[in-house]
Design a protein around this ligand. Structure first.
Ligand SMILES: Cc1ncc(COP(=O)(O)O)c(C=O)c1O
Length: 374
C-alpha cells in the first residue's frame, strides 16, 4: 500500500524565514509539528472561504489538457482581453504579472527614474524592497496614527517628492482613501503608483478605484492582485493598469514567461464570469461587515488594548505594553498575528490581525484574551 511521506517543511521554512511579511505558515507549522492547514494565520490577510468551483475546474482542466507541457502564451493576449473587458480598459494598457509583487518590482524600476519616492508609512514593506532593487531614492512619510471610523477618508498627507506610492485600502491601517482626494495627488507628482490589492474585497471599496482615471492620467499606474480575493497566494496572479508605453518597456525587459499556464487559465476563468464574481464579492463583503464588528467588539473589551478602525478584512491593535509576549503565546497555540516592528513608525506595541472564519475568530479572540491573563 502506498504510504504518504511526511511533509517536508524544512526547505519551505528556510525560504520564508527573515522576510518581513506575514503568512509564515510553513515555519510555524514545522515548529509545532502541525500541518499548515491547522494554523490560524491571522498575519496574512486572505479570504478564508473554500476555493470557488470555477477555480478548481479551471486548474483541473489545465492538467487534463496537459497545458503545462507548452510554454505559456508570451504576450498574454487572452488574459489581457478578459481583464480589459472586466474593467472597460484597452488591453494595451494592462500587464498581468506573477502576483502584484512582480509588478511592484517593475513599478520600482519606473519610480527610480524620476527621483525621490514618497512611501506613506507605516506602509507595505515591499515598495522599499522594490526601490532598493534599482537603487531608487525614497523617504518614509509619516501618516497620522489616529483616524475615525468613517470611510472613505481624505488622503491626509502631501509630502514633497517626485513619486508617491498609495495603497488603497492602506496596509497595515485598513483605511480606505477617497478617490477625489487621490485625484488631487495625481496632479502633484511625476508618477503615482496606486496599489489596490485589497480594494475588491473591501465593502464599498470599488467606488474609490483609480482604474478609470488611468484613461485621463499617463502618470498613474494602478496595481491589482487576485491573491486576496480568491485566496490563491500560491498561484501568483496580479496585473497593473497604466500607460501602454511604460508597460511595453517593462515587457521587453522582464522574464519571457513570468506567468505559468495555471495562473493564466485561472485568471481568464475567474474574471470572465461577471455573475459569479459579483456573488463572490458580495459574500466577502458581508463576511467582513459581520465578522469585523464581532471581533473588534470582543477585543475592545480587553482593558490594555486599543482596536483601530478599519474598512477592510484586517485591522491594527495597539497595546499600552509590548505585544511580543502575547504574539509568542499565540504562536505556540498555532495562531499567527502580524507583528509590526518591521513597519516604519510602529513598534512592538502594535499588531495587525486579519479576519478568519466565524469559528476561528471565536478561537482567536478567546486566545488573545487568554494571552493578556498569562
Ligand atoms: C498592499 C499589498 N500589495 C500587494 C501585495 C502582494 O500581492 P501578491 O500576492 O499579488 O503579490 C500584498 C501582499 O500582502 C499587499 O499587502
Amino acid at each position: 500500500m502506498h504510504k504518504s511521506k511526511p511533509y517536508d517543511y524544512t526547505k519551505k521554512a528556510m525560504q520564508i524565514s527573515n522576510l518581513n511579511h506575514g503568512g509564515n505558515v510553513y515555519a510555524n507549522a514545522k515548529q509545532l509539528n502541525l500541518l499548515p492547514s491547522e494554523i490560524i494565520d491571522a498575519s496574512a490577510s486572505l479570504v478564508p472561504f473554500p476555493p470557488p468551483q470555477i477555480l478548481i475546474d479551471s486548474l483541473n482542466m489545465e492538467i487534463k489538457n496537459l497545458g503545462f507541457r507548452y510554454y505559456p502564451e508570451r504576450n498574454l493576449s487572452d488574459l489581457k482581453e478578459i481583464i480589459g473587458k472586466f474593467h472597460a480598459i484597452n488591453p494595451n494598457n494592462i500587464l498581468p504579472g506573477n502576483g502584484a509583487s512582480e509588478l511592484i518590482t517593475w513599478a520600482g524600476y519606473e519610480a527610480s527614474k524620476f527621483g525621490i519616492s514618497c512611501i506613506p508609512s507605516p506602509g507595505f514593506v515591499d515598495y522599499e524592497r522594490s526601490l532598493n532593487c534599482w537603487n531608487g531614492n525614497f523617504i518614509h512619510c509619516e501618516l497620522p496614527k489616529t483616524w475615525n471610523n468613517i470611510f472613505p477618508q481624505s488622503f491626509p498627507i502631501h509630502p514633497k517628492g517626485d513619486v508617491i506610492w498609495i495603497t488603497n485600502p492602506h496596509n497595515p491601517t485598513g483605511q480606505l482613501w477617497e478617490k477625489n482626494s487621490l485625484e488631487a495627488i495625481i496632479k502633484k507628482y511625476k508618477l503615482v503608483i496606486c496599489d489596490e490589492a485589497f480594494l475588491s474585497i473591501t465593502p464599498n471599496g470599488e467606488k474609490e478605484s483609480l482604474i478609470p482615471l488611468t484613461k485621463k492620467y499617463d502618470n498613474l499606474l494602478v496595481l491589482r492582485s487576485l491573491t486576496k480575493i480568491f485566496n490563491i497566494p500560491g498561484l501568483r496572479l496580479g496585473y497593473i493598469i497604466g500607460s501602454s508605453k511604460i508597460l511595453k518597456q517593462w515587457t521587453i525587459k522582464r522574464d519571457p514567461w513570468p506567468l505559468n499556464s495555471f495562473a493564466i487559465k485561472a485568471g481568464i476563468d475567474l474574471l470572465s464570469n461577471q455573475k459569479f464574481y459579483q456573488e463572490w464579492t458580495d459574500q466577502i463583503h458581508s463576511w467582513i461587515n459581520i465578522e469585523r464588528k464581532r471581533v473588534c467588539e470582543k477585543l475592545s473589551k480587553i482593558e490594555k488594548l486599543k482596536v483601530h478602525n478599519s474598512s477592510t478584512n484586517f485591522f491594527l491593535i495597539e497595546s499600552k505594553e509590548s505585544l511580543s509576549r502575547n504574539i509568542k503565546y499565540l504562536e505556540n497555540k498555532g495562531i499567527l498575528l502580524r507583528e509590526c516592528t518591521s513597519f516604519r513608525f510602529l513598534d512592538d506595541k502594535w499588531a495587525r490581525i486579519s479576519l478568519q472564519t466565524r469559528k476561528n475568530n471565536i478561537l482567536l479572540c478567546k486566545e488573545i484574551q487568554n494571552s493578556f491573563r498569562k
